[in-house]
Design a protein around this ligand. Structure first.
Ligand SMILES: *Cc1c(COP(=O)(O)O)cnc(C)c1O
Length: 212
C-alpha cells in the first residue's frame, strides 16, 4: 500500500460517517492519482486555476470526482468556480453571493454552497461574523435566491478549537444547515467529536505540500 493509501485508511477509520475531503492544494497530480487509486473521490482545492489545471486531466479518467472549493473566491472567478466545483465552501460576502447567483443562472450548474463563518471573530480572517450569519443567510435566500446548504470554518490558530467547533454546531442546528465542514489535519478528531459532517485533511493524507 502507498503511504497516501495508508494515511487515507487511517483518517477514514476515524471519520466514521463523516465525509473525508482530501485537500490536494499544492499536491502533484501523481499524489492525487494515488489517492484516487485508493478509492478517494472527494477533493478540496483552494484556487480555481490550479484546480482546473489538475482536475480537468484527472476527471477524464475518474468521472465521479467531487470537488470542493475551500479557498477564498474572487467575484470575477465566480463563473469558473461554478463550472468546476461541486461544492463552494467559502461564500462570505454579498457581492460574491450576487456573482454566484448570476453564474448559476448563466451556466445552469448548481454547486452546493456553504457560508464561511469567522468563528473566532479574527479581524484578518475572511468569513461572516457569527452574529451576522442570520442576516447574511436571509440576504442569500431572499435577495439572491440562493440555497445555502452548510457552513465551514477555520478556528483560530493556537487555541483550543473545541468551543469554536461547538459554536459552529449550534449555528448549523439553529439555521438547519445540514453540512458542517470543520477540522483539518491537526484537529479533525476534535471536530468529529463536535459534530463535523465533513473534515478537510491535507498534509495528514498527502504529507507536506508543494511546490507543484
Ligand atoms: C489547506 C487547508 C486545509 C487542509 O489543511 P491541513 O492542515 O493540510 O490538513 C483545510 N481547510 C482549508 C480551508 C485549507 O486551506
Amino acid at each position: 500500500m502507498s503511504v497516501i493509501a495508508d494515511n487515507l485508511a487511517h483518517v477514514r477509520a476515524h471519520a466514521g460517517d463523516a465525509k473525508v475531503i482530501a485537500v490536494s492544494k499544492m499536491q502533484t497530480i501523481e499524489a492525487i492519482r494515488s489517492a484516487l487509486i485508493a478509492g478517494q473521490r472527494v477533493f478540496g482545492e483552494n484556487r480555481v486555476q490550479e484546480a482546473k489545471t489538475k482536475f480537468s486531466v484527472l476527471r477524464s479518467a475518474f468521472s465521479d470526482i467531487e470537488l470542493h472549493l475551500i479557498g477564498p473566491l474572487q467575484t470575477n472567478k465566480a463563473e469558473a468556480a461554478v463550472e468546476l466545483f461541486d461544492v463552494i465552501q467559502t461564500l462570505d460576502r454579498p457581492q460574491l453571493a450576487q456573482a454566484l447567483a448570476s453564474a448559476i443562472r448563466k451556466t445552469g450548474r448548481h454547486p452546493l454552497l456553504y457560508v464561511e463563518v469567522n468563528i473566532g471573530a479574527e479581524p484578518q480572517k475572511s468569513g461572516v461574523a457569527p452574529e451576522a450569519l442570520e442576516e447574511f443567510l436571509s440576504y442569500c435566500r431572499d435577495v439572491c435566491a440562493l440555497k445555502i446548504s452548510g457552513v465551514m470554518c477555520i478556528p483560530p490558530q493556537g487555541k483550543d478549537p473545541r468551543p469554536f467547533f461547538l459554536h459552529m454546531r449550534e449555528l448549523a442546528m439553529q439555521f438547519r444547515l445540514h453540512h458542517l465542514s470543520m477540522g483539518m489535519s491537526a484537529d479533525y478528531e476534535t471536530a468529529l467529536s463536535c459534530g463535523a459532517t465533513e473534515i478537510r485533511v491535507g498534509t495528514g493524507i498527502f504529507g507536506e505540500r508543494g511546490p507543484i
